[in-house]
Ligand binder design. Structure first.
Ligand SMILES: Cc1ncc(COP(=O)(O)O)c(C=O)c1O
Length: 320
């Protein structure tokens, strides 16, 4: 039997689902957390799925022409996924990223063949803490570049290929791997693609499965809270956007808020106790799952996604 893949694109998805029994025990909780190891994707993040989903949907719809340049605003992970997908498929790719995101992301995208455009943060922003206002500036530059180059904007905040990838891949994989034994799913929101797509599939299998957005404490706009602190170290989301396309009209079973220090601590626990070397948002997701086990889902099973690799944060204070 021939088990070779045509390209690395075939290695996107189908990541393992691991029980975090040691971590759950360490925190004195009853129940099970299932971690989807998406940091093991070729670009070391779950956004490989969204990148493949957006590009292949655009190819099918004729929105992307052979050899056309692709432009995207990214915190690094979508850009890395797109660098891989575009590189394999022959589309030039330009990644537009805030200087507030960690530099290893820019270097990785460049190594994969992307042109990387870095955008200054606003004067009162802190490196490592990309605010919604910083992101608006990155968006302005990406929009201009798209027009200048007559490019295809991958537009992870709007194109359905993003949530659809999670509805057609992430959700079904979790469901199959846990044999349908699942009570809840929670996810730290950036574009909302993972939360929307995965929740849609899981709820369609069993409407009793409860789904929860995770947001930074102090910036919990989906929960309807007042913003008291927009800056946080949880890269990849928490942008204080209360009207995300993919979440419009969807209902949640509750809302979880995790502060940066807790996300950092739990990310360190993941490494130390479980051998899972992940980034801040994975820690936020697991922290959210622990809250659920301490609250409404005591003794039950909660799934989360390990969004990206800790290797992307070696220049930050995550692993001193
Ligand atoms: C590390 C990380 N965590 C979380 C997210 C949020 O995922 P989504 O855009 O699917 O909401 C992203 C998105 O880029 C990310 O890069």
């Amino acid at each position: 039997m021939n088990e070779t893949l045509d390209s690395v694109l075939g290695a996107i998805g189908n990541t393992p689902l691991v029980r975090l029994d040691r971590l759950v025990r360490h925190h004195g909780c009853a129940g099970t957390i299932l971690a989807k190891l998406d940091h093991l994707n070729p670009g070391f993040s779950k956004k490989d799925r969204a990148a493949l989903g957006v590009v292949e949907a655009a190819e099918r719809e004729g929105a992307l022409q052979p050899g056309q340049t692709v432009v995207e605003l990214t915190s690094g992970n979508m850009g890395t996924g797109l660098a891989i997908v575009c590189g394999i498929k022959g589309y030039p790719f330009v990644a537009v990223m805030s200087k507030g995101n960690s530099p290893e992301r820019a270097r990785m995208m460049a190594a994969l063949g992307a042109e990387v455009v870095l955008v200054d943060q606003l004067p009162d922003s802190r490196p490592g803490e990309v605010s919604g206002a910083d992101l608006a500036e990155v968006d302005r530059v990406a929009t201009q570049l798209t027009a200048d180059k007559a490019a295809f904007r991958a537009d992870q905040f709007r194109r359905r290929g993003n949530p659809d990838a999670h509805e057609h891949m992430t959700g079904p994989e979790i469901w199959r791997q846990c044999g349908g034994n699942l009570d809840a799913f929670c996810d730290f929101v950036g574009s909302g693609g993972t939360l929307a797509g995965t929740s849609k599939f899981l709820r369609a299998q069993n409407p009793q499965i409860k789904c929860y957005p995770v947001e930074p404490a102090g910036a919990a706009v989906l929960a309807g809270q007042k913003v008291t602190r927009a800056e946080h170290p949880i890269q990849g989301g928490g942008y204080v956007m209360d009207d995300l396309d993919f979440l419009r009209g969807l209902e949640w079973d509750g809302f979880l808020q995790i502060d940066g220090d807790t996300a950092r601590e739990i990310t360190r626990d993941l490494a130390r106790l479980e051998g899972i070397f992940a980034g801040f948002s994975a820690g936020a997701n697991v922290a959210g799952a622990l809250e659920l086990l301490k609250g409404p889902h005591r003794g039950q099973t909660v799934a989360v996604v390990i969004c990206d690799s800790g290797l992307k944060y070696l220049s930050t204070d995550l692993f001193p």
